[in-house]
Design a protein around this ligand. Structure first.
Ligand code: XIL
Length: 325
């Protein structure tokens, strides 16, 4: 029997949307569904709105799980956030096999984006249009099926313009990670943003994933959000988790959990310090520790605000304190 939920709903304490990444089967679990409904005002599909789930080998699309997440969001008065239209890590067979002219490839991609974005028009607050475009070392932009077929600039233009046409009200994002720990990557990301804006790409928001280790230096998240906020666009702190096993240099678990709590609080403070019009959403990348993708890397990890049983951790208390400041 699950414990009665006593802790204050995060979304009731925040002056901005608080999001969480979920998978459809989780929302069929009563305890997980209760946590998702109580604390969060926006849902991101962790996996089931990506091409690797939606696009079938024969080129058909399956929206069953995305629709289930959307239905849950509608039922609980939550926003849906679309993640992600293009990602270098997803090159489905249905597209890779399209070896005709660029025009037919572009047409197939526009068709996919139109089908996906228009399906959730009115519910989706925004979309990660291109995810993780910058090379890990920050020395350039990633190559992918999309850039090979459409060109670096071209793939951004096609994706953003198709998404804009499908839902003029949705905020259209690029999104990347390790911006707080790799200065070269942050610099290249900011150069890309400048380039896209200069080229008239309808970029409407900037995503900062914020997957970090508990050994991240205090202040790094704050400095990164401040730098990105300089463009004046909405900021989505889009995928926060704090590994307590990354780095491996920490003095024990208790110290790691303490630093984890400090980093979540810092991220809330830094996000809340943004101008209101730039506070798009603060999203954590998972409900409970056991739901985190990082657990697959290391079962000892505990990256989220709630433990495996759904009980609040010191990180949750730190977030509540920060939201109440
Ligand atoms: C991850 C999911 O959490 C995993 O379940 C999936 O197997 C792989 O993708 N940055 C992103 C997310 O933008 O889409 C990734 O999500 C985590 C890193």
């Amino acid at each position: 029997m699950s414990q009665p939920i006593a802790e204050p709903p995060l979304k009731s304490l925040a002056n901005f949307p608080i999001g969480v990444a979920v998978r459809a089967p989780q929302l069929a679990e009563p305890d997980a569904a209760a946590l998702a409904a109580r604390h969060f005002s926006q849902l991101t599909a962790e996996w089931e709105m990506k091409m690797e789930y939606v696009v079938q080998p024969d080129g058909s699309f399956r929206f069953d799980r995305a629709d289930a997440i959307a239905a849950f969001a509608r039922q609980h008065g939550q926003r849906l956030f679309g993640h992600t239209l293009l990602w270098y890590a997803n090159e489905p067979e249905g597209f890779a096999r399209l070896d005709e002219s660029r025009q037919s490839f572009e047409g197939a991609l526009r068709n996919y984006i139109t089908a996906m974005v228009s399906r959730y028009r009115g519910l989706a607050s925004g979309w990660d249009v291109v995810n993780e475009p910058v090379m890990e070392n920050g020395e350039g932009l990633r190559e992918s099926l999309w850039t090979r077929k459409l060109g670096q600039v071209g793939h951004f233009k096609v994706a953003f313009e198709a998404a804009r046409a499908a839902d003029p009200a949705a905020v259209l994002f690029i999104n990347d990670y390790h911006l707080e720990s790799r200065p070269a990557k942050l610099r290249r990301y900011m150069q890309l943003i400048e380039q896209l804006l200069a080229q008239g790409v309808p970029l409407g928001g900037i995503g900062c994933q914020t997957h970090c280790g508990a050994d991240l230096a205090p202040g790094a998240i704050t400095a990164t959000l401040k730098a990105l906020a300089g463009f004046g666009l909405p900021i989505h702190l889009s995928e926060m988790d704090v590994s307590v096993v990354d780095g491996g240099l920490l003095a024990g678990r208790a110290e790691a959990l303490r630093r984890q709590a400090g980093l979540y609080a810092e991220a809330i403070d830094a996000f809340a310090a943004l101008p209101d019009r730039q506070q798009f959403a603060f999203t954590v990348w998972g409900l409970r520790d056991k739901d985190s993708w990082l657990k697959r890397e290391n079962a000892a990890d505990a990256p989220m605000l709630f433990d495996d049983a759904g009980r609040p951790k010191p990180a949750f208390a730190a977030v509540v304190d920060a939201l109440r400041r």
